[in-house]
Design a binder for this molecule. Structure first.
Ligand code: F6R
Length: 619
């Protein structure tokens, strides 16, 4: 988590850093800071709070902000509470070296003890302050250049980092390095932009170099770029890519929050995910093209089982994937939390296929699970949204979801894009394994094409969802129920509500309710129940009756034309009829809207919920 930014060039660094930090706030927003360098020194400002608070502090204290070299940081606290002292940048004891850091120095405590014995003192509780002092110690003891001191120090570090370091006496140089946390370098004629995510410099340049793990770069004014391996100092050839981000994708447009914009984008993002992958020929033949599967056809045909590994919302999509792959491709599937999988000793060999799912492609636990699976000889397939992310680069093969940048911290459009990919995957593998009936394959492909239009229709329920939200925004608990493929949708609905409104919510398989949670039901408990016709309708009617008998408030997601559940419900949200396999793409939309509307009415900052960050790069 945390976002880092830097600039080295000929323009004023301050506006570039501040605007860039605002775009990085999705990565963490509990404190922020900048350092701007000028010929004989630097000014530093850091504060608890958001970039907006930083700007206010700079203005109030009339801090000098002129200079053409600068670094900045937006924090998601790991070591030390969010306060001014723990905020980055951090400064070494001699006041000469200044650093920003995203990641964790796991062995910081042992290093801190050694440094303390050598007379170093620490103002903050952070691992980063230890790192900058280690660099200083190594530099002084061995009379080294900054870059060499950084390189040698990093070889002593256990953990993850993307860093930028400046020596105040040489503000024409910035040293950057990466291991485990993302780091991109924007390059223009005579200027460099450093960032955790290139969206923060896309206004200035589309030429970018993604540093790989174990790489560092020495940037010098005038566009001198020296790329090296941290391990052995071997010189590397920089490979510069053209970024394909469209500026509109990272602006809120007419929406108050990115989360709402991203919910409303789903008809388009689902279409983008399908584009070029689901082809209907003029003769009416349906073809699914996924290169990563085609070039590994035998792996999928011969797989003895598939394990899907992910976290959070991506884990919920994985549960839907389990249902789809078992149903349509007839392969046994397990779903694992990445954080658990990585610390077990899973029994894997080359006939195991591991699918890792991640929006950001940077989630530390998922990345570690991927590396473990590869080490054990399994074939690893990735489903990622962020192009060029660490997970995307480390898998054996994979597919991008193409949902575009997701800025709202709560995942919405990336969830439906992941499900869309999983449907395509299950159909394609089912076809390869000759286990799916031709008519079923054809009908599902045809129905998939109609999904964006159906999502558009469901978005029109927003007004009735607003009314429901006004009635329930003040309750303390919500229960979400679903069955079969819609059970993970219930989990996802509950997670969305918790994240953005801070109301406690639980998702349950509807039939499990009577094994415990039914005790919670009384006239104060709203229960959201997904009760679509295809699936387990009759069983769900029974579950709804049980809630009604205990005076629970029933909000049901039903199909058009529904009678039975509608009669028993306090509120109904109508959605179009669709095959059960595709239904999560539709049933989740009202749940996303409900979470948003309730949080909005409660006055929460929907895009930046407390304690969360978009990209969880710490375990
Ligand atoms: C929930 C949410 C998180 C992420 C989780 C995994 O709205 O955003 O639960 O789904 O942190 O992130 P990725 O998919 O980037 O690996």
């Amino acid at each position: 988590m945390c976002g880092i930014i830097g600039y080295l060039g000929y323009r004023e660094a301050y506006p570039i850093l501040i605007n860039g930090l605002k775009k990085l706030e999705y990565r963490g927003y509990d404190s922020s800071g900048i350092a701007i360098f000028y010929e004989k020194g630097y000014s530093l400002c850091k504060t608890k709070g958001r970039v907006y608070d930083l700007e206010k502090k700079i203005c109030l204290n009339k801090i000098k902000i002129s200079g053409t070299t600068g670094i900045g940081h937006t924090r998601w606290a790991t070591h030390g509470i969010p306060n001014d002292l723990n905020a980055h940048p951090h400064v070494s004891n001699s006041n000469n070296l200044i650093i920003i850091h995203n990641g964790i120095v796991e062995n910081y405590y042992a290093i801190k003890i050694v440094l303390s014995k050598n007379g170093f003192t620490f103002k903050s509780k952070t691992d980063t302050e230890v790192l900058v002092n280690l660099i200083e110690f190594v530099k002084k003891e061995n009379q080294l250049s900054l870059e060499e001191a950084v390189r040698i120090s990093l070889n002593e570090i256990v953990g993850a980092y993307s860093i930028a370091v400046v020596d105040k006496s040489h503000p024409e140089t910035i040293v950057i390095a990466k291991l485990g946390s993302p780091l991109a370098l924007g390059i223009n004629d005579k200027e460099f932009f450093i960032a955790s995510d290139p969206i923060s410099f896309i206004d200035y340049t589309k030429n970018a170099l993604y540093l790989k793990d174990g790489e560092m770069a020495i940037l010098k004014k005038g566009r001198e770029l020296d790329l090296r391996k941290i391990g052995d100092n071997h010189k590397l050839n920089p490979i510069i890519e053209k970024l394909k981000i469209n500026l509109k994708q990272i602006e809120k447009g007419k929406y108050k929050y990115f989360m709402l914009k991203e919910i409303y984008e789903q008809p388009k993002t689902i279409l983008d995910t399908l584009r070029g992958r689901l082809l209907i020929s003029t003769k009416g033949n349906e073809i699914i093209c996924i290169n990563g599967i085609e070039s590994n056809k035998d792996v999928f045909i011969n797989a003895k089982c598939i394990t899907i590994v992910a976290c959070g919302t991506s884990w919920h999509a994985s549960l839907i994937g389990e249902y789809l792959l078992e149903e349509l491709a007839r392969i046994p599937v397990e779903v694992e939390y990445a954080s658990e999988f990585r610390y077990r000793n899973p029994i894997l060999d080359r006939r195991n296929v591991i699918i890792v799912i991640s929006q950001s492609g940077e989630t530390a636990d998922t990345l570690a699970a991927l590396k473990l699976a590869k080490k054990k000889g399994a074939f690893v397939f990735g489903i990622c949204n962020v192009v060029g992310s660490s997970i995307a680069r480390n898998v054996d093969a994979g597919v991008y979801t193409h949902a575009g940048p997701e800025i709202g911290v709560a995942s919405t459009k990336s969830f439906t894009a992941q499900i869309t990919v999983l449907i395509l995957l299950a159909l394609k593998i089912g076809k390869y394994r000759s286990v799916i009936n031709e008519l079923r394959y054809k009908n599902l492909c045809q129905e998939l094409i109609s999904i964006p239009e159906k999502v558009d229709f469901v978005l029109k329920t927003d007004n009735s969802i607003k009314k429901i939200s006004k009635e329930y925004y003040n309750v303390n608990n919500f229960l979400y129920l679903g069955r079969g493929i819609n059970f993970p949708v219930a989990l996802e609905g509950a997670l969305k509500l918790k994240e953005v409104s801070y109301i406690h919510a639980e998702g349950y398989p509807a039939a499990e309710m009577k094994h415990g949670p039914i005790a919670l039901i009384d006239s104060n408990m709203p229960v959201i129940i997904i009760a679509t016709k295809k699936g387990f309708y009759d069983k769900i009617v029974g579950n709804v009756q049980e809630i009604k008998a205990r005076k629970g408030k029933i909000i049901s997601i039903v199909n058009e034309g529904d009678v039975q559940v509608s009669m028993l419900s306090d509120h109904i949200i109508k959605i179009p009829i669709i095959s059960e396999e595709l239904s999560p793409l539709i049933t989740v939309i009202p749940l996303q809207l409900l979470a948003y509307q309730i949080a909005y009415i409660r006055g929460e900052n929907v895009d930046q919920p407390r304690n969360l960050a978009k990209s969880v790069t710490v375990e």
